[in-house]
Design a protein. Structure first.
Length: 70
C-alpha cells in the first residue's frame, strides 16, 4: 500500500469534497481517500500494484479540479 498527498488549490466547499471523493473512490485499488477542504489537500491510500498515481490525478481532473503531489 502507498499513501500520497495532493494539493487541490481550487476546491473550497463540501460540494467540492464530495465530487473529488466520489471520483477517486471509483478507482480500483483505492483503500482510503480523505479530502481536507480547509487545507485544500487530498490524501489517498491505495494499492500501487493495482493503481498508478496518474489515475488519481486524472480522477481529480474528471471531478473538475487540479491536483499536484506534495
Amino acid at each position: 500500500m502507498n499513501t500520497v498527498t495532493y494539493s487541490v488549490p481550487d476546491m473550497s466547499c463540501a460540494h467540492c469534497k464530495a465530487r473529488i471523493e466520489s471520483e477517486v473512490n471509483k478507482l480500483t485499488g483505492i483503500q482510503n481517500a480523505n479530502v481536507d477542504v480547509d487545507d485544500k489537500r487530498l490524501t489517498v491510500s491505495f494499492d500501487n500494484n493495482t493503481l498508478q498515481e496518474d489515475s488519481i490525478v486524472d480522477a481529480v481532473n474528471e471531478a473538475g479540479y487540479t491536483a499536484e503531489k506534495v
